[in-house]
Design a protein around this ligand. Structure first.
Ligand SMILES: *Cc1c(COP(=O)(O)O)cnc(C)c1O
Length: 370
């Protein structure tokens, strides 16, 4: 089966540049082939740039973004540990579910959907729970289109002796992110959002303090597949004697190497700015058409915009017509915002004013024809 070309303006995946698709089609090699081991080193090196980190333990997990969330929490937490989880949308809620299943005590800092994590509330909670050892939050909430202040949150966590875990699935290479400078201990992401790569991979990085915490565990990680200690020796010792753990998705990693090369070539600063400019253009187009962004201007997440569905518009009908008549995917609302807002992604390859125009023109035509 060969799929129709769609223009992907939802919450991910986004359109994949031709050079990444070509990389994917290179001949498959073995996952223990010396050439593949070299490629893994190259990917780690490029990933360190994308995350702005020197962490040796920086690599790509063989599954989508969700495994980054699962891996960070199951490795840092043991039964009986206390974690503070900031929840301002769907993804914070998932972190809570994972941490509870580990047997950790979960304390939540909850903020309204459509607003960022409140650092003052987090600080109060940290003071009230000196036993907490981890703070987890979502840098870029894709369910609400909100960016939280990762730098301030990570600094507060550190001040109170906690490791900071950041969900950077929709922020990596799309908005400013500086893992080392901000003191983030574990950051994970997904391939299909601002990296514009194929879905199915989760780039992750662990600080020295996070590695130390994992070394000191007294219980084995209950998930064998996600147990980072089984992979650590390869990355930590520099000995290139990678033993068989699982069969890496070789071709997807070819694609990831190319996606990260494109980030390096463009530079992060220009890429962040490109996402910002594209979003600014989108807001302007939406507002001049009488469509209202849902999030206050200062908290908006450039790669992903929520726009209120006008009362007279047909949510499913509009999205269906865009897909069936125009081959355009627009995101529906998630959770509390289902039926109330559309989610417009301008990520990676699609983060340009021209692509914003393409989407808005089609949306307005379809709504008018309604
Ligand atoms: C998309 C997303 C995830 C999950 O990623 P998958 O690749 O779908 O598993 C997690 N967190 C956030 C913030 C996301 O946007």
């Amino acid at each position: 089966m060969s799929a129709t070309r769609r223009e992907l303006f939802g919450p991910g995946p986004t359109n994949v540049p031709a050079s990444i698709l070509s990389a994917l089609a290179a001949p498959t090699i073995g996952h223990l082939d010396p050439e593949f081991l070299e490629l893994m080193d190259l990917v780690s090196q490029r990933l360190r740039y994308a995350y702005q980190t020197d962490n040796p333990l920086t690599f790509v997990l063989s599954a989508p973004g969700s495994i980054g969330m699962e891996t960070s929490l199951v490795n840092l937490l043991e039964p009986g540990d206390t974690i503070i989880i900031c929840i301002n949308g769907v993804f914070g809620g998932r972190m809570k579910e994972i941490a509870s299943r580990v047997g950790a005590t979960v304390i939540t800092v909850e903020n309204e959907w459509g607003t960022p994590v409140d650092p003052d509330q987090l600080e109060q909670t940290l003071k009230a729970h000196p036993e907490a050892s981890v703070v987890a939050f979502v840098h870029a909430e894709t369910s609400t289109g909100v960016r939280s202040d990762a730098k301030t949150i990570a600094a507060l966590a550190r001040e109170h002796g906690c490791l900071a875990v950041a969900d950077c699935v929709t922020s990596l290479s799309g908005v400013e992110l500086k893992v080392d400078e901000w003191g983030i201990d574990v950051a994970y992401s997904g391939s299909q959002k601002c990296l514009s790569c194929v879905p199915g991979l989760s780039p992750i990085t662990f600080s020295a303090a996070a590695v130390e915490r994992i070394r000191r565990r007294t219980h084995p990680v209950q998930s064998w597949f996600c147990d980072i200690s089984l992979l650590m020796s390869y990355y930590e010792t520099g000995e290139k004697t990678r033993a068989y753990h699982h069969t890496a998705p070789v071709n997807s990693l070819f694609a990831m190497a190319e996606a990260l090369r494109l980030v390096e070539e463009e530079t992060l600063e220009k890429r962040w700015d490109r996402h910002l400019q594209a979003a600014a253009h989108l807001y302007q187009r939406l507002e001049s058409a009488g469509l209202e962004p849902l999030v206050a201007a200062e908290h908006r997440l450039p790669p992903l915009t929520l726009v209120k569905i006008p009362p007279d518009a047909d949510d499913a009908g509009t999205r269906g017509a865009l897909l069936n008549q125009r081959n355009i995917e627009l995101g529906g609302g998630l959770g509390k915002f289902a039926g109330k807002a559309w989610r417009i992604g301008l990520m990676g390859e699609n983060a340009t004013p021209e692509r914003a125009d393409y989407l808005v023109d089609a949306l307005l035509e379809v709504m008018k024809a309604g």
